[in-house]
Design a protein around this ligand. Sequence first.
Ligand code: IPE
Ligand code: IPE
Ligand code: MG
Length: 226
Amino acid sequence: MSDLHVAIIMDGNGRWAKNRGKKRTEGHKVGSEVVRDITTFASQHKDIAQLTLYAFSTENWKRPKLEVDFLMKLLADYLESEKETYLKNGVRFKAIGDRSRFSKRLQKAITQLEEDTENETSLIQNLALNYGGKDEIVRAVKKLQISGDEVSEESIEQSLDLPTAVDILIRTGGDHRVSNFLLWQSAYAELFFLDTLWPDFKKDDLSRVLNQFQGIERRFGGVEDE
Ligand code: IPE
Ligand code: IPE
Ligand code: MG
């Protein structure tokens, strides 16, 4: 297979920092460096076509203001400074989620990087920002209400921020839940829950998951091939 869609719930930044006697925000900083490394690896991997990363959920606004502010600044700094890396690796950037709640600066950084990388073809990196699977489905259905199009699986799917089914869903950080990520797209995803905290996640961890995935027979509700 050469067109895999890999999605990752990048969890465990806070615990990684706490384990080292550091502030949670330090974990987010190191976590953003891992995003760069894993995206580069995925762009060079012949089997991966899309990499979707959960960076900020619709529920993450509940966190202390200082942490939310830090994350917003980290995101804007990252998107504003990484253009060359995206272009060098042939990575097309797209944001999914409701960006309307972000500052003007962050919204501009998102749109700018989307535009600057729109012709890149080695990998699509979707960054989930103020993203919730439920919110995405509600926004999709509202679009259909406005257009008057018939409600069907196909029309809902095409109205989502991301209309591509997930093949591999990874969560780092030891918890076994999906926390409102890609609810529709993960209907038949293979799930991998790793104890590794996101700042410790390495390309070898992703390679191991890909190898395991190759050995799985996906039936999609059908029966095993004879
Ligand atoms: C994931 O790490 C990053 C975001 C949600 C922004 P956490 O910040 O949730 O780290 P833990 O789960 O508290 O260790
Ligand atoms: C999921 O992690 C969201 C992101 C990784 C961006 P959380 O840390 O927010 O999830 P819960 O609260 O443990 O379910
Ligand atoms: Mg967490």
